[in-house]
Ligand binder design. Structure first.
Ligand SMILES: Nc1ncnc2c1ncn2[C@@H]1O[C@H](COP(=O)(O)OP(=O)(O)OP(=O)(O)O)[C@@H](O)[C@H]1O
Length: 680
């Protein structure tokens, strides 16, 4: 959104009048929906209640989607088509949603519609029937301030789009992330508009627009596949609540209010009360754990050593041990654990029924069910196919070294030792589970009884940090749906990260997914990205060096000092003299002291993670390094890189994340030497 674009005034006035007309039309559309009666089906059975609730929900969402957000411009672009290309109209305004007048004549066309595509894709060489593209500038209050025309025929000025993009990227940040719908780039548009199936996986350097692409893709898919997706729903999984809070406004601004944005812990809803050492968490997240859990669970199924005797009146029916053994062995592994148990009871009952028939009876299903529930059969089940809970199996696995050794042949002895609890809880009921444990419990749950239902679409942001077992748990929730997987292997900070993107897709159960790469960095100025990229040979040697699309004068400064606090205060004051958001990022353990120093200097910094709206409430935010992922600020001050590196096993990756958060300027302040890779 460019604020001052020189334009011919009467035409600007006409555009303003059109904007006012479109706004009035949207208000009317909103009030039409508001007063429209929601159809109610009579009756109180479950189907009718479900339909009535679904209708009410759909109505509510439609009402919300039509709210005119005062600070979001209703359109951002315009296309003039060659006459006759589209029936009835040659000129379309493109906006975040569709607006029509009282007669159904479109005033603003949704950016997701097919006729809007050339706004993002047409070039002088491939005009797609477009003769002119117009881009509008708005003030922060969404007032139309100007526009810029890009003719695609005749004398073509080629750098206008770039200037517009640059202005849009550099518009000072206040509060949460905003949409990029006015300036989506062609390589991003390819991914945004990719079909629902197969799944898409995007590897991209910092600031290449992965998160933006994921969010706009969701909006696009909800537009083209609303019916299909409304059944299973769409979920976006992000790394933590600060990140989710940062992205929360993008989809509503695009008119999509019905997408859950949550962390993986919120998706796998098992309470946690324990923490793992990194090596323990790594082993628990390893794909080999799937086989370990499967073996552990099935080891509960034994071999019958004696037959059973079923009595009915004075008659006795016997099923021999070898017959039982045959039934058990046929069932073992051919179904999930719980249905296998039920099937065992039914097959044994059937064997009894066959004998009853042979002796002249004609028993029916009810008799078979009665036999399946009888004491001899129950005793058999308890002995050879006992009922188990995920908690029981995992508790035994993590506390019983012999059981673990038997179940976990694929792990090394050191890995098994890392798994065993130092002080096991007495019973599975009192066990305290860690985050990694809850994922194992989730796997066991599915081995016992298949999870039903599937999301329509799942977006995984910062997916490079997920473990194989987490990916399996996520994939189970989206068995028939598709996924958008976003990440950067150079930013993998967890010791349990699953590995290459092909492996990630494999664990997720989406082996048909396509892997694409974004390599133009929009956020970070070239000088900063090439400085941060000095770390790449150490942290991700296979990745190419990213490029920045912009250079910014004096974007990077590095100062060595004896007094960290006062140097940080000075750097933050310098940054605050500019426009937009400012972050101080430091090792988690140093944040409190530095924040005190900033407060003492009268700067009133907010603390990220302390409240939902930390990034909305103050221009200056103190950010613990472990929460910086996915975020961005106009200016960033990084304190003591060496401490950030020393704080964790993948400290260099963390530093790479931290160094790539700035849109305009990065100041590095240090007392200790910089990490070797940077200090060239
Ligand atoms: N086409 C675009 N037009 C305008 N701004 C863009 C465009 N693409 C990306 N940006 C901006 O660049 C910044 C980085 O985008 P985003 O956060 O999506 O990148 P990312 O690849 O997810 O980064 P990271 O790896 O650091 O999480 C955002 O401010 C985004 O709005």
């Amino acid at each position: 959104m460019v604020e001052s674009v020189p334009v011919h005034l009467p035409e600007l006035e006409a555009e303003r009048a059109f904007l006012a007309q479109a706004r009035a039309a949207l208000v009317r559309m909103h009030s039409d929906v508001l007063v429209r009666e929601i159809p109610v089906i009579g009756g109180e059975d479950n189907d009718e209640r479900f339909t009535n609730e679904a209708n009410a929900r759909a109505h509510q969402q439609r009402v919300l989607a039509l709210v005119d957000l005062p600070d979001v411009p209703l359109f951002f672009g315009l296309l003039d088509y060659e006459p006759g290309t589209i029936e009835g109209i040659d000129r379309i305004h493109i906006g975040r949603r569709h607006v029509h007048d009282g007669n159904g004549v479109p005033l603003v066309i949704d950016w997701r519609a097919r006729v809007s595509v050339p706004f993002y894709r047409a070039t002088a060489g491939d005009r797609q029937h477009v003769v002119l593209r117009r881009r509008y500038g708005f003030s922060d209050a969404a007032e139309l301030t100007g526009f810029e025309d890009e003719p695609l025929v005749g004398a073509v000025v080629s750098d206008q789009a770039d200037a517009f993009l640059r202005a849009e990227i550099e518009r000072p940040r206040t509060g949460p992330m905003r949409d990029i719908v006015a300036t989506i780039q062609p390589e991003q548009d390819d991914l945004v508009r990719a079909a629902l199936h197969p799944s898409v996986c995007v590897q991209g350097a910092p600031g290449t627009g992965k998160t933006a692409v994921g969010l706009h893709r969701v909006a696009y898919l909800l537009y083209t596949e609303r019916e299909r997706l409304s059944r299973g729903g769409v979920v976006i999984v992000g790394p933590n609540s600060s990140f989710l809070s940062y992205i929360r406004k993008v989809l509503p601004a695009l008119g999509e209010v019905n997408v859950r944005q949550i962390t993986i812990e919120e998706l796998i809803t098992h309470p946690t009360a324990a923490f793992d050492e990194p090596e323990t968490a790594r082993v628990k997240g390893d794909a080999r754990m799937a086989a370990v859990l499967e073996r552990a669970l099935w080891s509960y199924v034994g071999t019958p050593v004696e037959g059973i005797l079923y009595s009915k009146g004075s008659r006795r029916f016997r099923v021999h041990d070898y017959e039982l053994a045959e039934i058990v062995s046929a069932l073992r592994g051919s179904t999930r654990y719980a249905p296998g148990r039920n099937a065992l009871a039914q097959r044994v009952a059937h064997a009894v029924l066959v004998q009853m028939e042979r002796s002249g009876d004609s028993p029916d299903d009810r008799v078979q069910n009665a036999v399946a529930r009888s004491k001899p059969v129950k005793d058999l089940l308890a002995a050879v196919w006992p009922q188990v809970t995920p908690e029981q199996v995992l508790h035994r696995l993590l506390s019983d070294a012999a059981f673990l050794a038997e179940s976990a042949q694929e792990l090394t002895e050191e890995e098994r030792t890392a798994l065993l609890w130092a002080k096991p809880a007495r019973s599975w009921k009192s066990a305290k589970w860690s985050v990694a444990d809850t994922v194992l419990l989730d796997e066991l749950e599915d081995l016992i009884e298949r999870r039903t239902g599937s999301l329509g679409h799942l977006v995984l942001d910062e997916a490079q940090d997920l473990s194989a077992m987490q990916l399996r748990a996520l994939g189970r929730r989206c068995r028939t749906g598709s996924a958008t997987v976003l990440g950067d292997v150079a930013q993998a900070t967890t010791p349990w990260a699953a590995g290459s993107w092909d492996q990630v897709l494999g664990h997720l159960g989406k082996t048909d997914g396509i892997v694409a790469e974004l390599d133009r960095g929009f956020r970070v100025p070239e000088q900063i990205i090439s400085f941060a990229a000095r770390l790449l040979p150490e942290i991700a040697p296979t990745l190419g060096v990213p490029t920045g699309v912009r250079t910014v004068a004096d974007a990077l400064s590095i100062s060595s000092t004896d007094d960290l606090s006062s140097a940080v205060v000075t750097a933050c004051k310098t940054a605050l003299a500019g426009e937009g958001s400012v972050a101080l990022i430091a090792a988690d353990a140093q944040v409190a002291d530095l924040r005190d120093a900033l407060t003492a200097a009268g700067l009133q910094p907010a603390l990220l993670g302390a409240s939902e709206d930390a990034m909305d409430s103050s221009r200056l935010v103190c950010v613990p390094a472990t929460l910086a992922k996915g975020l961005e600020f106009d200016a960033v001050v990084v304190a003591e890189p060496a401490r950030i590196v020393a704080a964790e096993p993948r400290g260099l990756q963390r530093l790479y994340v931290v160094l790539t958060r700035a849109v305009s300027g990065l100041q590095i302040v240090h007392t200790e030497p910089l990490p070797k890779a940077l200090d060239r």
